[in-house]
Design a protein. Sequence first.
Length: 270
Amino acid sequence: MSVLPKAAPQCPLEHILYGPPVAPEQHIKGYSEDEFENFIREWAFQHKQIKLKAYVQIGRFGGAGDMGRDVVGYIEQPSSHGKLDIYQCKHYGHGLHPGDVWTELGKLCYFTFLGAFAVPEEYRFICPDDVGPELGRLLENPEDIRQRLTDEWNRHVEGEITKKQKVKLEGKLLRHVKSFDFNRVGYKPIHEIIEEFRATPRYPSRFGGGLIIPRSPDKTPPAEIEEHEQRYVEQLIEAYKDHKDDTVKLETLASHPELDKHFARSSAWS
């Protein structure tokens, strides 16, 4: 005896047309490093510059020679001393560890020491998986960041800042690191970026959800009864007569508040 196969579960039309929905977090994890930086630049422009008016310009410098600045939000006109925020993008498959950031923090200290750009108002790491617990604890304790960076400099920083030479942590640079305000260093959670980006016009083109048919505005019934409504109105008045008495007419509906209200609703639906 053959057994009929079970019917497939009902699938929504939008899933058939476009596939099942994919959460923005998963979209982002599938980005390349360049596309991730482009997304962060787009978020900074749409949310921070256009919506909040926090920046006058957004720059992206990711790649060789970026001086540890992937995306920059300029609070003032770009210059070596103008106020700015820096977003350092790390498209890794894990939450950031301390070892992932020593070189970047070394670049931050070195290039601000040289005066290539001002000490940023905010310096934020951004990663699809945010930061791991160890780095999270460090970022909550600026003095611990300073001490660990100093301890790790010889092994993980001095040979990575520039290809031309090793950058020794000594003299004026050491004093700069010891006085650097690490309270400005932190991370920006990816879910916050997604929610802020959701309110921008660019969200649907990246993550979908833009094909929503707007509800048509409520119709206002016409002041005069139109020709195609005559038969419907006559039948409505006949029903009112059966409900009340033979004195009900279209001209006298105002003297019957309950019927008048019903007639107004029926006109709007017709």
